[in-house]
Ligand binder design. Structure first.
Ligand SMILES: Cc1cc2nc3c(=O)[nH]c(=O)nc-3n(C[C@H](O)[C@H](O)[C@H](O)COP(=O)(O)OP(=O)(O)OC[C@H]3O[C@@H](n4cnc5c(N)ncnc54)[C@H](O)[C@@H]3O)c2cc1C
Length: 365
């Protein structure tokens, strides 16, 4: 056996699992199709739970040096605004590439073997081991497989699981603003009720960069046209610089994420599904980094106990109950009609505060 654990994917889920499992003394291989270091990917945000998760990996907190302080909720027509009060730091702006590179570095410094720029073309789950195969290199074997390959659902069926998709397409684009990074303290505007059926928009600027994003039910084209219209109205209202529009070379369009809560199981034979590959995405905010890391840290504990046990598959099966106990509330959409809720946020300060807690921390409204 080459390794105790094979991990496919070196995003936040894969590298968190790799760091924790290597720290626990297991032989870990993490395979990622991207080269290392990751290319600049723009500015993003993570919820406050990212801080303890990073600490558990021994990763540097330096990537969380921009706490989010300036939050505005906007109505779909941008006519109404509300500024929630938050008792604690709700989250942090992140340089997405620097953040991912820090996670990968924590995995390799803990002793994980990272194989960058290699795509796993197939996996086999056998009686005694698991195997990952490549087009142009030798296969590798391990005792347990963690599938952390993000929204690409290509290998999910190969471990005998069925993924269930959500319904919102997302479109993002990121551009430099020209503000010197040190002078840009950062602000985030969340456009609520962008569509009648739960779409929302986001404009965040920090460190001299601006990201505008939408998440809307419908089609890919709906997401792009919503993003274009949102940019135009934000520029008209002087909330983003004039002339900013989603140029095709900076536009990223992503299909609806899988939905962990709708999936029957995340456990295959000697295998677990984690991160976006398992639909671990917060329904209200579309936040994906924290739930990817969180699901990976639960998986790492389960895998450690499986590796020590003669009944390793029985131990792996506990993953389904453990993540549901810890994460289901956080992942779930608020059990409230948003059409009814959104107007209250602009007329009632406590409702705005509660919406912020729901958006950034997954609290119930
Ligand atoms: C433009 C954009 C902006 C975003 N901004 C934010 C944000 O600000 N905050 C936030 O919380 N979330 C954000 N998200 C979502 C967030 O990036 C994801 O939810 C999160 O990265 C999921 O982590 P993951 O490790 O599960 O998957 P990914 O980060 O998708 O990582 C999966 C990795 O697996 C690799 N891979 C795939 N298939 C294979 C294979 N066959 N063999 C080897 N490697 C493979 C991929 O190359 C990738 O590196 C954004 C997403 C996009 C697209």
């Amino acid at each position: 056996m080459d390794y105790d654990v094979l991990i496919v994917g070196s995003g936040p889920a894969g590298s968190t699992a790799a760091a924790l499992l290597a720290k626990a003394g297991h032989r870990v291989a993490m395979v990622g199709s991207q080269p290392f270091p990751c290319k600049p990917a723009g500015i993003g945000w993570v919820g406050a739970q990212a801080a303890p998760l990073l600490e558990s990996l021994g990763a540097s907190r330096a990537v969380l040096n921009r706490p989010i302080a300036d939050i505005t909720f906007l109505s779909a027509d941008l006519a109404k605004a509300a500024s929630p009060r938050t008792r604690e730091t709700p989250g942090y702006f992140i340089d997405r590439a620097a953040f991912e590179n820090a996670l990968i570095e924590s995995a390799t410094s803990a002793g994980a073997h990272a194989i960058h720029g290699a795509t796993v073309t197939d996996v086999s789950l056998r009686e005694k081991n698991v195997e990952a195969r490549f087009r142009d290199r030798d296969p590798i074997q391990g005792r347990i497989l963690l599938l952390a390959n993000g929204r690409s659902s290509a290998l999910v069926g190969r471990i005998g699981l069925t993924a269930t998709s959500g319904r919102c397409w997302a479109a993002y684009f990121c551009t430099p603003t020209g503000t010197p990074p040190a002078r840009d303290k950062g602000k985030i505007s969340i456009i609520l009720g962008l569509t009648r059926d739960g779409g929302y928009g986001l404009a965040l600027s920090a460190a001299g960069q601006l990201t505008v994003a939408v998440s809307v039910p419908g089609t890919r084209a709906d997401a792009v046209s919503r993003l274009t219209r949102l940019c135009a109205s934000l520029a008209e209202g002087e909330r983003i610089p004039a002339g900013v529009d989603p140029q095709p070379d900076r536009l990223v369009i992503v299909p609806p994420p899988l939905n962990a809560l709708e999936m029957e199981t995340h456990v295959g034979k000697h295998a677990l599904l984690i991160g976006e590959a398992g639909g671990f995405v917060a329904a209200l905010s579309n936040e994906g980094v924290v739930p990817a890391m969180w699901s990976a840290s639960i998986a790492a504990k389960v895998v450690t106990s499986a590796l020590k046990s003669p009944q390793s598959q029985d131990k792996l099966m506990t993953f389904d109950t453990r993540w549901r106990l810890e994460m289901a509330e956080y992942l779930r959409s608020p059990n409230t009609d948003m059409q009814f809720l959104v107007p209250l946020i602009f007329s009632n300060q406590p409702m705005a505060d509660r919406m912020a807690a729901a958006f950034f921390r997954g609290d119930s409204i």
